[in-house]
Design a protein around this ligand. Structure first.
Ligand code: BG6
Length: 488
């Protein structure tokens, strides 16, 4: 067995997102974001994979706004905003050479008037200088599930084309002000999640029984595509060395059985939920299967000729994605050439987490191959990790997260096989997460992903103290050995 190592200049590190770890929701003139209105539910059923964890409907949003007893975990996060110096030192201790994080739009531009918050700019510069001081490269996402509340309330988010202008106004500030800190940028986090949640994915509200739900979702996605493409253009104008990417959640799927109808179901489902998104950002056009799907489902896209050219001429420089798990697609019925698909099914060959996420390291290798050979653009895995409810053992002063080491080892070795045996060009990997933070879907602090433990509970109570888990020590060995440690 060959012991492959990381390619030269490989970006290896950790990830996080502003709304999930910064906290300080009322500091330095920040205004609220959609994440700040998400509430923690102590009675949630963790294994309920049918529940739409990310959505907040029009009706629910109005209830939340009048609820002054609710627990809003994203408002306090883990207070990285004030702890960044200590946190960067710890990142260094767990072997991180690259940190993927996001900037908070509602900090930079707190109101719809477009006035820039200089306090936030100054503070982010301090944070990024600290990364530099610790020799940590940055990959910066412009919007990671935290649309400003003003964008939602005054424009209804990306359902409104005006959001494109607002996003570019913000992007220009960020790309100019933080130009010296990185060349690696990502426009939006997981655009394909907009299909599952208008609120989290695109910052707008839909009523529970809206008849035009699908049409609204696809129009918002289209507006995000246009904003993303214009952002590619803008990034190059500001600095020709900028690499602008866009991110999707990898929807790795398999047919439920060897029945060709299950393969057809898998093909159709992955076109719509997965490949279509890469086609637009990497190839610059809507694939014909999608245009046919729109006609069939009576979806009218507000798509101008100008926008078609913008998409075509401004594709991403590299492709970033998150990878956590895989699912199965099954043909439920097939009548008059019409297929009904059952998606999201569990795989009997795989173990899964407490939240029902299948663990599939080989799926990562398959997905990297499929993605790279379709578009031949460099890949970066910007999220991959396992969420576990775990506790620090204060008697032994340790958190022996052996399951995380196993998870990472299996995924990283498959990544190295994709690179070295299959010829995939992958330039980086950042684990989700460098440090424990609030879970986006379940809003729990106790769904922990980090290499570094943070002593806080679901209500934000605790000392906030940070401690390195066993996985953090192991991750450092992997980094120092340039990957050789993975084969032990
Ligand atoms: C990704 C998101 O989809 O998954 C992150 O970009 C999120 O924001 C991560 O935290 C893990 O999901 P969750 O819901 O367990 O936090």
């Amino acid at each position: 067995m060959k012991k492959y190592t990381f390619p030269k200049n490989f970006m290896f590190g950790g990830a996080a997102a502003s709304s999930q770890y910064e906290g300080a929701y009322d500091q330095d003139k920040k205004s609220l974001s959609v994440a700040d209105y998400k509430i923690y539910n102590p009675n949630l059923n963790r294994s309920d994979t049918n529940h739409n964890w990310l959505e907040v409907s029009y009706e629910e949003y109005n209830d939340i706004k009048n609820n002054n007893k609710a627990v809003f975990p994203f408002r306090w996060g883990i207070d990285f905003y004030n702890n960044y110096e200590e946190d960067f030192k710890l990142f260094k201790q767990v072997g991180i050479n690259t940190f993927r994080t996001s900037i908070s739009w509602s900090r930079i531009i707190p109101k719809s008037d477009g006035v820039v918050n200089t306090k936030a700019i100054t503070h982010y510069k301090k944070i990024f200088d600290c990364a530099k001081k610790n020799n940590i490269k940055l990959v910066l996402t412009l919007c990671h599930y935290d649309y400003p509340i003003w964008l939602l309330e005054e424009y209804n988010g990306f359902l409104n084309k005006e959001a494109i202008n607002k996003f570019l106004e913000y992007a220009k500030v960020v790309l100019t002000e933080f130009d010296e800190y990185t060349n690696y940028w990502i426009g939006f986090n997981e655009i394909n999640l907009t299909l599952h949640s208008s609120y989290t994915g695109a910052g707008f509200l839909i009523k529970k029984n809206d008849d035009n739900r699908l049409e609204k979702l696809y129009n918002a996605v289209h507006n995000q595509f246009v904003a993303q493409a214009l952002c590619v253009k803008l990034a190059k104008e500001i600095n020709k060395n900028n690499m602008m990417g866009s991110m999707n959640a990898a929807a790795q799927t398999y047919p439920y059985s060897s029945n060709p109808l299950d393969s057809l179901a898998n093909l159709k489902s992955s076109q719509i939920n997965n490949w279509f998104f890469y086609e637009v950002i990497a190839n610059g056009q809507y694939p014909q299967y999608m245009l046919n799907y729109f006609i069939k489902n009576n979806i009218k896209l507000q798509n101008t000729n100008d926008e078609i050219n913008i998409l075509k001429n401004n594709t991403v420089d590299y492709i970033t994605f998150s990878y956590y798990s895989s699912t199965l697609n099954k043909c439920k019925s097939y009548t008059n050439n019409d297929i009904l698909i059952e998606s999201g099914l569990s795989n009997p060959h795989l173990n899964s987490t407490e939240w029902g996420w299948n663990i599939d390291p080989i799926g990562l290798r398959i997905f990297m191959n499929e993605l790279y050979y379709r578009y031949k653009k460099p890949l970066m895995i910007v999220e991959n990790g396992i969420g576990v409810d775990e506790k620090w053992d204060y008697n032994k002063n340790i958190l022996n997260d052996i399951y995380r080491i196993e998870y990472l080892k299996d995924h990283l070795t498959n990544m190295l096989l994709a690179i070295n045996e299959d010829g995939v060009n992958c330039i980086g990997y950042t684990i989700w997460t460098a440090i424990d933070l609030i879970s986006m879907s379940s809003k729990e602090m106790s769904k922990r992903y980090g290499l570094i433990y943070v002593d806080l509970n679901d209500y934000g109570i605790g000392s906030g103290e940070r401690k390195i888990k066993e996985s953090g020590k192991w991750f450092k060995k992997v980094a120092d050995s340039n990957g050789e440690e993975l084969w032990k």
